[in-house]
Design a protein around this ligand. Structure first.
Ligand code: ZN
Length: 384
C-alpha cells in the first residue's frame, strides 16, 4: 500500500514538473498579450434621454459575446475611464444557464435571446426536442418590420445563426447559410462567404441571393456605399480578422444596416454582435479583449447616436455569457494600461450585465433570465 502511494506521488510529481515547465514557457509567450499597454482613445458623447414614444418602433439589440463586467471595465480603463455604454442608465443582470448545462455555449445562449427558450448547448433556434422555434427576427418580419444581422464572425456562426436558422447543431454551417434564403431578412453583414459558395450540395447561395434581389458585396468600402434595398455583405471567407486586420468593419456595417433598415416606415429589428470579445477570453489575451471591447463600444455609440436622434428606438446591450473568468489584476485610468488573468480560458456561469436606452428601457432592470430579455423585447416590439 505504502509503495503504491509513494509511486502515485512520484508520478504526480513528474506530472507537476512537466506541467509547470510548460506553464513557464507559455507564460513567457502569453505575457505580452496579458497586458494592454494603452493605445488610441476616443471621446464619448453623452446622449439626451428624452424619447418621443413610450413603446419602441425599432429595436437595436447588441450582443457582446463573452462580455462580462471585467471585459467592460477593461475597455473602460483602456479608454481612460469612459465608454459609450455608460449612456445606458437602466442596468440589469441576466442568468445565462442553458437547458442542459450550468455553463452555456453561444448557440444555446443565442437561442435563449432570439427565441425566449432554454435549450441544449449547440442548438440553433430549436428547442430541447429539436423542433424549430420562431425567432424575434422572424416575428418582426411577420409584421413587416425590416430586419438585419451584423457580426464580426461568420454570419453563420452561433450567435447570428440563432436569430435566423433552425438547426440541431451549430456546426451545420452550410445548412445554416441555406436558412438565410428561407427568410425575408433585409440586411446581413459578416464573414462566411465560403458557406454560401463552396457547398457540398453544389448550390451557389450568393447567386440565389442576387436572384432574390439582394446586392451582394465583399468589400466593406463597397458595402458602406449601399444606401437602400436589400444588402448582403460577406467580408471574409470565414471569420473576419482581429481589429488590426478588419479595421472599423463592425461600426461601419452597423451604421450601414441602420441607415437602410430605418427607411422602413413600420420599424425594424437589428441584431449586432461583437463576436470576438469571447475569442479574446478563450485566448487568455487582455489585448484581444480590450481591442474588441472598444470596437464593440464604438458600435454601441453608433446605435445610441441613431436612437437619440430618432427618439423611437430601443437599444438593448447584453452578452450571451462571460468568457475566461477574466480577473483584472492591474490598470491605470490615466495611461490606459490594463492587466488581467484568465484562469479558465472557457465560458463561465456568472450573470452578465444588461443595459438599455430608449423607450421601454426601464423594463431591463433587476435580475432576469436570459429568456426574459427576449420576452421583454418581443412584448415591446410586437404588441400594440
Ligand atoms: Zn466562446
Amino acid at each position: 500500500m505504502l509503495q503504491k502511494v509513494t509511486l502515485f506521488f512520484f508520478i504526480l510529481g513528474l506530472g507537476m514538473t512537466a506541467f509547470s515547465q510548460n506553464n513557464y514557457m507559455d507564460a513567457k509567450a502569453e505575457e505580452i498579450e496579458k497586458t494592454y499597454t494603452g493605445g488610441e482613445s476616443y471621446s464619448v458623447k453623452a446622449f439626451p434621454r428624452e424619447f418621443k414614444s413610450k413603446k419602441p418602433k425599432n429595436i437595436i439589440f447588441l450582443i457582446g459575446d463573452g462580455m462580462g463586467t471585467a471585459q467592460i471595465f477593461a475597455g473602460l480603463t483602456a479608454n481612460h475611464g469612459h465608454l459609450f455604454l455608460e449612456n445606458c442608465k437602466q442596468v440589469g443582470f441576466s442568468k445565462t444557464q442553458s437547458a442542459d448545462n450550468y455553463i452555456t455555449d453561444s448557440a444555446a445562449g443565442g437561442t435563449a435571446l432570439s427565441c425566449g427558450i432554454k435549450t441544449y448547448n449547440g442548438a440553433i433556434g430549436v428547442d430541447v426536442n429539436k423542433n424549430p422555434v420562431k425567432t424575434i427576427l422572424e416575428d418582426a418580419e411577420a409584421i413587416n418590420l425590416a430586419t438585419g444581422l451584423v457580426s464580426t464572425s461568420s454570419i453563420t456562426h452561433a450567435t447570428p445563426a440563432s436569430f435566423i436558422a433552425h438547426q440541431p447543431s451549430r456546426n451545420m454551417y452550410e445548412e445554416i447559410a441555406a436558412d438565410f434564403l428561407k427568410t425575408d431578412i433585409d440586411v446581413f453583414i459578416g464573414g462566411g462567404y465560403k458557406h454560401f459558395t463552396q457547398r457540398k450540395d453544389g448550390r451557389n447561395l450568393v447567386n440565389e441571393l442576387k436572384q432574390k434581389g439582394y446586392t451582394v458585396e465583399q468589400d466593406i468600402n463597397k458595402i458602406k456605399n449601399v444606401k437602400s434595398g436589400k444588402l448582403v455583405g460577406l467580408t471574409a471567407e470565414e471569420h473576419n480578422g482581429r481589429v488590426a486586420e478588419r479595421g472599423n468593419m463592425l461600426p461601419v456595417a452597423a451604421e450601414t444596416a441602420i441607415n437602410i433598415l430605418s427607411q422602413n416606415k413600420k420599424g425594424f429589428f437589428l441584431m449586432v454582435e461583437g463576436s470576438q470579445i469571447d475569442w479574446g477570453g478563450h485566448a487568455g489575451s487582455t489585448v484581444y479583449v480590450v481591442e474588441d471591447m472598444l470596437d464593440f463600444d464604438k458600435t454601441i455609440g453608433i446605435a445610441l447616436e441613431f436612437a437619440a436622434k430618432d427618439g423611437k428606438t430601443l437599444v438593448v446591450i447584453t452578452a450571451d455569457h462571460e468568457t475566461g473568468g477574466m480577473a483584472l489584476t492591474g490598470g491605470n485610468m490615466d495611461s490606459g494600461i490594463v492587466k488581467a488573468d484568465f484562469p479558465l480560458g472557457d465560458h463561465t456561469a456568472v450573470m452578465v450585465p444588461v443595459f438599455a436606452y430608449g423607450p421601454g428601457a426601464e423594463q431591463f432592470t433587476g435580475i432576469m433570465e436570459n429568456t426574459d430579455i427576449h420576452k421583454k423585447m418581443k412584448q415591446l416590439l410586437l404588441n400594440d
